[in-house]
Ligand binder design. Structure first.
Ligand code: NAD
Length: 363
């Protein structure tokens, strides 16, 4: 079996990890790494025993596939060039910064017979995989994705940077079109929104509340899902799935009229979590998901199979993220406020929350 010739384009924070994993993957030859920052390319190339390049075009005819890990605003151009040459690509999330660009890439991949996969890595999170094996019909979902400020991905806002992970998960999980999107967002540092909240209403009646922030004091990547079968909580960072389901007795009793007799209420109070609601914690730590995402890409390149996250899925996530951003841009902050002013144009501050010198000294 011949080795697949791969390259990584953009070897910054995440791209260097892609390069590290591909440099030792069986059946793969990492023929080069590319970065407009020549020093960065050279350093990563040395570590991964491959060649450095500063211009991805040098590799257009040298590879079977490319992994594109450059800033989002460049994805359309870089992925477009490879696809146009019939070269398959794995593009980091979000696929592009605009829906039309994502649609163009999907169309180009079809026309050139190339594979287009998108790096929605949480689909490979074992806690999410485990949930997908369970018969839960999501009816109410709360998702939180909060991170420290990293200074990266400033070309996009918190919706395209962080919330898009959860938007993609929801599209995979709920399997119903989104009827309504209501959102608000705030820019704290200037530029696009640093934090956002969105409520989505799906055609099947499911409602999802999502919060994303990239200026959080505490990181958290969690999703809670309620359905008729019970409750699930995914901790994406710890890869733990917690499940809660009603006991047979509770299912029977909750249908009865006048169920709140005192002995039943006392039993609920005493034994709720031991008996009436059964809980299961599943620690799903099986392999790191970046490796599994890349293995999926390589497997699809070899077999022609459909990837778990094809370009179409990446495109749908970008389309939904765009609806969230449109909605938060229209949010009127005050009665009579002109809509369309965006996350920056919040009302003027009325004062300081505290006086740093005085209050800190007193604390
Ligand atoms: P980064 O800024 O650390 O790295 C980007 C690198 O690309 C830089 O080294 C830069 O010099 C290089 N670059 C810029 N333009 C280039 C070009 N035209 N050709 C070659 N190199 C170029 O950013 P990052 O945090 O690694 O993010 C990169 C991408 O990965 C973004 O799209 C981001 O959204 C995505 N990302 C995804 C996840 C995830 O969980 N899947 C996590 C982090 C980042």
């Amino acid at each position: 079996m011949s080795r697949l010739r791969l390259a990584v384009i953009g070897v910054g924070h995440l791209g260097k990890e892609h390069a590290r994993i591909l440099s030792t993957m069986p059946g793969v030859s990492l023929v080069g790494v590319v970065d407009v920052n020549g020093d960065q390319a050279a350093e990563v190339a040395q570590r991964c025993h491959t060649r450095p390049f500063e211009d991805y075009r040098a590799l257009l005819h040298e590879v079977d596939a490319a992994v594109i890990v450059t800033p989002t605003v460049t994805h359309h151009e870089v992925a477009g060039e490879f696809l146009n040459n019939g070269v398959s690509v794995l593009v980091e999330k979000p696929l592009t910064a605009a829906v039309e660009q994502a649609e163009e890439l999907v169309d180009l991949a079809h026309r050139r017979g190339a594979l287009l996969q998108v790096g929605h890595i949480e689909r490979f999170n074992p806690a999410f995989e485990e949930l997908q094996h369970r018969p839960l019909q999501p009816k109410f979902i709360m998702a939180q994705r909060l991170g420290f400020y990293t200074g990266r991905s400033t070309d996009i806002g918190a919706v395209f940077d962080l919330m898009i992970h959860d938007l993609d998960i929801l599209l995979a999980l709920v399997g119903s079109p989104v009827d309504k999107v209501e959102a608000l967002g705030m820019s704290v540092l200037g530029g696009p929104e640093d934090m956002a909240h969105a409520r989505l209403t799906f055609a099947n009646g499911c409602i999802a509340d999502l919060t994303a922030s990239r200026i959080s004091l505490e990181p958290s990547r969690r999703m809670q899902i309620w359905g008729p079968e019970g409750y699930a909580r995914i901790d994406f960072a710890r890869r733990v799935l917690t499940l809660l389901q009603p006991s047979e007795e509770l299912l029977r009793r909750r249908k009865q009229i006048g169920l709140h007799d005192s002995s039943w209420t006392a039993s609920l109070k005493q034994d709720l979590m031991r008996h009436h609601l059964q809980a299961l914690d599943l620690d799903c730590n099986r392999g790191d998901q970046l490796t599994r995402e890349l293995e999926d890409f390589v497997r699809c390149l070899r077999t022609g199979a459909q990837p778990r996250v094809p370009g179409e899925a990446g495109c749908k996530a970008v389309a939904l993220a765009s609806r969230v951003v449109e909605s938060l841009r229209r949010h009127p902050w005050e009665p009579g406020h002109e809509p369309g002013l965006g996350p920056i144009d919040v009302p003027a501050p009325t004062g300081k929350l505290f006086a740093p010198d005085v209050d800190e000294a007193a604390a």
